[in-house]
Design a protein around this ligand. Structure first.
Ligand code: NAP
Ligand code: ZN
Ligand code: ZN
Length: 352
């Protein structure tokens, strides 16, 4: 084992604070990564505050990790010291089940989350990327495309793949009208990626101040979702809608936008259950689906797609000392459009 430093919450009610913990030594197929940047996902807030009711404390979040390989195990062939790599929401899976065989490790019952799972070698909770280093099996490490900026590409590891996967699965592309609901971390990646896939991309927002940005990011149209008149203009016209909203909200006006036989995909995971009014779902044989991140091969495909289309996140870089303030701002939808922690700031934090 070796000692790491990071930031963690000790309970649902406490702010994140400096934290020291052990990670396993590098095993035969492991890679040790010195973390350079880590994106701040709304899931980190849900988790740190136990909103999903399965948090294990101390909780050290972070699953949009980029860094440099510092050490590799004796059987590692995919990476070498000095490579620039990424880690997303998973650090391992069972490798044997049908989901794993199909490259859908995110749906494996034995999937090990980057944080909040059980660390298989040393026990205790897995700790995420709000820390100086991480040890991950080579098969769950992503190669960052050459030349990609690191602070702005960290959010691809969760926000990017969470939108890329359903956009591909439900066949977003030319001739398709695709709605993205919410312009936060996930939503702004969705707008960029759906637009790059060639879909007619429409952004739904509750924030009038984000309209111009949404267009700059690639939305062909922007609709204020709490304006019933504007919403009505789009009735029964969408081929696919992806809802990224992190809070309780009304789904009925969104279902009303779908054509016959099309799908509303929920990727936002609010603390409380969402109501589905059956008369908004049943009449046009509409479907309501969930989707969770993407498999490892698909995540690599997404990174390469983003490199080709010059897509990264719009970020505000923060020192880790500002993490609690960043959480409060995200809860007010006040982030343009992802916070990324510069992990160099950890050195001064741990000295404090
Ligand atoms: P975020 O950056 O905070 O963005 C959420 C956006 O939702 C806000 O920017 C806001 O957009 C909109 N919103 C917030 N409150 C709202 C309300 N009361 N009514 C309507 N819209 C509201 O969050 P994120 O990091 O993108 O994450 C979004 C959600 O996805 C979280 O629940 C997170 O846990 C979940 N998530 C799921 C997966 C998965 O695999 N399924 C992966 C990552 C994250 P506007 O200002 O434009 O309205
Ligand atoms: Zn996430
Ligand atoms: Zn499996």
């Amino acid at each position: 084992m070796f000692v790491c430093t990071g930031f963690a919450a000790q309970s649902a009610k406490e702010p994140l604070a400096p934290f020291t913990f052990n990670r396993r030594d590098v095993g035969e197929t492991d890679v040790r990564i010195d973390i350079l940047f880590c994106g701040v996902c709304h899931s980190d807030i849900h988790y740190a505050r136990n909103e999903w009711r399965f948090t294990t404390y101390p909780a050290c979040p972070g699953h949009e990790i980029v860094g440099k390989v510092a050490e590799v195990g004796s059987k590692v062939r995919k990476f070498k010291v000095g490579d620039t790599v990424g880690v997303g929401c998973m650090v391992d899976s069972c490798r044997k089940c049908s989901a794993c065989q199909a490259g859908l490790e995110q749906y494996c019952d034995g999937m090990i989350g980057t944080y909040g799972a059980v660390e298989p070698v040393i026990g205790g909770p897995t700790h995420g990327g709000y820390s100086n280093a991480i040890v991950v099996d080579q098969d769950f490490v992503l190669r960052m495309p050459e030349g990609m900026d690191l602070s702005t590409s960290a959010p691809l590891l969760c926000a990017g793949i969470t939108l890329y996967s359903p956009l591909r699965h439900w066949k977003a592309g030319p001739g398709k009208k695709v709605g993205i609901v919410g312009l936060g971390g996930l939503g702004h990646m969705g707008v960029k990626i759906a637009n790059a896939m060639g879909a007619h991309t429409v952004l739904f927002t509750t924030s009038p101040s984000k309209v111009a940005d949404a267009k700059r990011l690639g939305a062909k149209e922007v609709v204020l979702s709490n304006n019933a008149e504007d919403m009505a203009k789009h009735a029964s016209s969408f081929d696919l809608i992806i809802d990224t909203v992190a809070a309780t909200h009304d789904l009925a006006p969104l279902f009303a936008l779908l054509k016959q036989d099309t799908t509303l995909v929920q990727v936002g995971v609010p603390e409380h259950p969402l109501e589905v009014a059956m008369f908004s779902l049943v009449p046009k044989r509409r479907a309501f689906a969930g989707s969770m991140i993407g498999g490892i091969a698909e995540t690599q495909e997404m990174l390469d797609f983003c490199a080709k289309h010059k897509i990264t996140a719009d970020v505000e870089i923060i020192p880790i000392q500002k993490i609690n303030e960043a959480y409060e701002r995200m809860l007010k939808s006040d982030v343009k459009y992802r916070f990324t922690i510069d992990m160099a700031s950890l050195k001064s934090a741990s000295a404090a």
